[in-house]
Design a protein around this ligand. Sequence first.
Ligand SMILES: Nc1nc2c(ncn2[C@@H]2O[C@H](COP(=O)(O)OP(=O)(O)OP(=O)(O)O)[C@@H](O)[C@H]2O)c(=O)[nH]1
Ligand SMILES: [Mg+2]
Length: 700
Amino acid sequence: MKNYEGANIRNVALVGHSHSGKTSLASAMLYTAGATQRLLRVDEGNTVTDYDEEEVSRAMSLSAATAVIEWGKTKINLIDTPGFNMFIHEAEMALPAVDAAIVVVDAVSGVEVVTERIWNYADKFALPRVIVCTRMDRERADFARVMESLTSSFGRTVVPVQLPLGAEKNFTGVVDLVKMQAYTYEMGGNGKAKIGPIPDSMAEQAKAAHEALVELVAEGDDKLMEEFFETGTIGEEHIVAGLHNAIREDKIFPVLFASGLGNMGTDEVLDFIVDYMPTAVERGTVQAAAQGDAAPAERKVSDSEPVSLYVFKTISDPFAGRITFFKVFSGVLKNDATLQNFTRNTSEKLAHLSAMQGKTAVPVNELHAGDIGAVAKLRDTLTGDSLGDKASPIQYPQVTFAEPAITFAIEPKTRADEDKLSNGIHKLMEEDAMLRFFRDPQTKEFLIAGTGQQHIEVVVSKLKNRYHTEVNLKAPKVPYRETIRGRADVQGRHKKQSGGHGQFGDCKIKMEPLQRGGHFEFVNEIFGGAIPRNFIPAVEKGIVEAAERGFLAGFPVVDFKVILYDGSYHDVDSNELSFKTAGRIAFKKAMEQAKPTLLEPIMNVEITIPDEFAGAIMGDLNSRRGRIQGMDNKAGKTIVKAEVPMAEMLSYGTDLTSMTQGRGSFSMEMDHYDFVPSANQEKIIAAARAERGEEVEEEE
Ligand SMILES: Nc1nc2c(ncn2[C@@H]2O[C@H](COP(=O)(O)OP(=O)(O)OP(=O)(O)O)[C@@H](O)[C@H]2O)c(=O)[nH]1
Ligand SMILES: [Mg+2]
């Protein structure tokens, strides 16, 4: 592939709600530009950007994928992103690498939940946005309705720069409101327009829309405003420049119309990207991550600066190894360069630079400031890292996420699977920012956490297909604990006389509660040899072992102190085992006196919902024994912070989705929680005993 300079590069992410037609639009643009030999289709499983076998089998995008389009003198780097809410972090991670987003909106459904979410992400990155309404050929596609949905969500600066010609089965193309011409297409054709005059029936509507557009463009620019007042309009050249600037400054969000599946309107989308979307060097400077209170450093997006790049994606392929995707923020990156990884303090050799066309690497020998590229086989580099010229260190901000919300216990199916599991999951974690894997120290279960049920299912499927590891998923065991609330003073005496050698151990202990997190303390206050010194550790051991096995329901007893203050022994019959047994007996007797209590893990949960669901969610949290810690309101969203018992949160992801029709999200950290006395003690004890096959004791 040719080398391109920043002014001839556009970096664009396709973002939007699931099923809105992003991958199909990317596919249509690739075909129109001659990058593929025919129009490839999601439903045929052969598109460039949905290449992964998991994506093909589900006919949906699961992770961000790049494609390159050469259109005239311009190189367009496209990043196709998933729109399904459990994979939306993949879209967010791609945003630092692009200079604009194409927000794809289904012309039938209009603005949807993820459209709004991703719009907010783009706001955070101050990213210029162009809206493409796709699926115009579908039944119930409607210009007026989709515009109404867009302006009511995103405001009056959302303005059409095209009008669709017809709709549904009769969608034939678009009217360009700058050039004031009609572009018509053949359904399923090569995507190249036939250009002609605006049909009479549309003339009036087109004129009004043209004027509205011109006025909005003039609004943002004093010079254009003058021209507009003097002549009643603006020259085409000035409109182009004015619109380009207004888009770059987020003052106008233009709307286009297309059919990806029918490959209609796509050459106009490509032209629009080239003419109106910011070039790769137009953003001027990029800010480094803030360090302390100092103003963050900046780097000019320019070939004359030292080379620096930011890694926005990693693929971990069992055969090809690691592939690292990056954006060159400054300088010119040459093949075989050795760069410093500033995040990890190592050096990396970047051999065989390429542009990725889906899964296919197209070799390039250099990449200029603003370009996107990939390289294989880096040793230590992972997503979020910054690399560059060792003499000019800079670290770019990483994209951070809330902790994943759903956790399963994961069990290898066979011994062979067990050996492969950890390696496979760690490889998958390299490419998946929202996957967690850890072992619960108490229940000893391996746990995996992700963004939702489907996310974990994809992980399980990848483990099977890529790493030949089969696993079962279960709800994780809740790691309950036991403790005491009172004190005890008891004697543990073990005596056995059965001919020959007997056994004798005798100890007196006091037991008291410790603070939460105090674990266990053992104090020896034996003076004068009531128990010989060498048997004292045996008493402690007996207590510790018994505490691990639990008293109420088999959960470990924690946060207590034992004081060993007296006892007796027998010259012949006393030995270690006898004193261990005495310790165990003492522990049990003490527990009976010391008001044993069950502790349960409590999660810190943060839930974000549209305001109208706030009441229902609070009521629901209440019924889950949750305690509200705080509430916040931001742009029509309510953020609730609460402490809720883990046992009540195991299926919360699914429940929240059904309570809010998919419009709520939440996060909680599964590997970090506190313990509090449980209000549900009796039930939990009964359930634990039943599970262990014990008879549930009748209360007397
Ligand atoms: N009729 C019609 N169908 C379309 C059009 N674009 C996409 N589709 C269909 O809509 C479905 C979803 O299209 P995709 O391109 O996979 O949508 P997406 O936005 O990439 O979806 P995610 O990857 O899940 O976010 C597929 O069955 C497509 O064939 C279109 O312009 N017209
Ligand atoms: Mg897709």
